[in-house]
Design a protein around this ligand. Structure first.
Ligand SMILES: [Zn+2]
Ligand SMILES: [Zn+2]
Length: 304
């Protein structure tokens, strides 16, 4: 299972329809948060995202992406949390996030670690990597890709039976790539009954950015690109001035990267909840696009 829950899909200020930036990625029982705008904790409660996460990745430190972290950590403290939390972000993490978690008179009741990242960093996990890439937003900013490691090839049990390999641990060893020797002396190689490794899934989150080559490169053939689209084409100048993208620009990044699906988020308060004009501009360039809404969940299936 790999599921995204959009906790906040608006730019700059909350509106009745959209909270500010927050994205939960849930994978095989693990939850990871990306950005944490004001009110994120209430969005998590509302949309059924538990507080069992241990990491938040910040794209940058504009208020609409960070102001929720203070309250969220306080609530977790009141719930007697003891497990540590790690906050990741680009240059300035210690200063800005350090101030956010120190605000007020309460002390954090559980350990909070702050880790500064830079574009090009790659955090290796058991089954996936978090890849940090450069973005262009007139500040110290990064984007993130969650890139799963390749999966084992498909195991063909009917072939294993044909070859007379007894079902059990030998199947598992072959599947993992081991060559085995049967009791009758025959040697069986994995290639005899296991397909080629299958690619894992990749999800990419741009954060706030102008259209940028590094985003397209990070998103090359990705299963899902979540790209900001603060404005429509009539506000292109404003998008340039403020370091944001239009819907059409985001769609061109998706097209260039050859992703399977595009979700547009970080929508300016000037657009309605459905933002039909932004959708129309994007779909004309990249048809497999949707506009994110608060509470929307997106499943990311395997390609095959
Ligand atoms: Zn923003
Ligand atoms: Zn910003």
């Amino acid at each position: 299972m790999l599921t995204l829950t959009f906790l906040g899909t608006g730019a700059a200020t909350p509106t009745i329809d959209r909270n500010v930036a927050g994205l939960a990625v849930q994978r095989e029982g693990e939850t990871i948060l990306f950005d944490c705008g004001e009110g994120t904790q209430r969005q998590m409660m509302r949309y059924g995202v538990g507080f069992s996460f241990t990491e938040i990745f910040f794209t940058h430190y504009h208020a609409d992406h960070i102001l929720g972290v203070t309250g969220l950590l306080r609530t977790m403290g009141l719930q007697d949390r003891t497990a540590p939390v790690t906050l990741y972000g680009p240059r300035g993490a210690s200063k800005v996030l350090g101030a956010a978690i120190a605000l007020g008179i309460e002390r954090n009741k559980f350990p909070v670690e702050i880790v500064e990242l830079r574009a090009g960093d790659r955090l290796g996990r058991e089954a996936y990597d978090i890849v940090v890439f450069e973005t262009d937003h007139r500040a110290d900013t990064v984007g993130y890709a969650l890139a799963e490691h390749p999966r084992l090839g498909r195991f063909h049990p009917e072939r294993a039976r044909e070859l007379g390999i007894p079902e059990g641990h030998l199947w598992g060893r072959l599947h993992k790539g081991e060559t085995i020797i049967l009791e009758d002396g025959r040697t069986i190689a994995p290639a005899d009954l296991v397909g080629a490794p299958r690619r894992g899934r990749t999800v990419v989150y741009s954060g706030d950015t102008r259209p940028h080559l590094a985003v397209a490169e990070a998103a090359r053939s990705a299963d899902l690109l979540v790209h900001e689209a603060t404005f429509g084409g009539d506000e292109l100048e404003r998008a340039r001035e403020t370091g944001h993208s239009t819907a059409a620009e985001a769609a061109r990044v998706a097209l260039e990267a050859g992703v399977r699906r595009l979700v547009l988020t970080h929508i300016s308060p000037r657009y309605t909840r459905d933002a039909p004009e932004l959708l129309a501009e994007a779909v004309a360039i990249f048809p497999n696009t949707v506009i994110a809404r608060d509470g929307m969940t997106v499943e990311v299936p395997f390609a095959e």
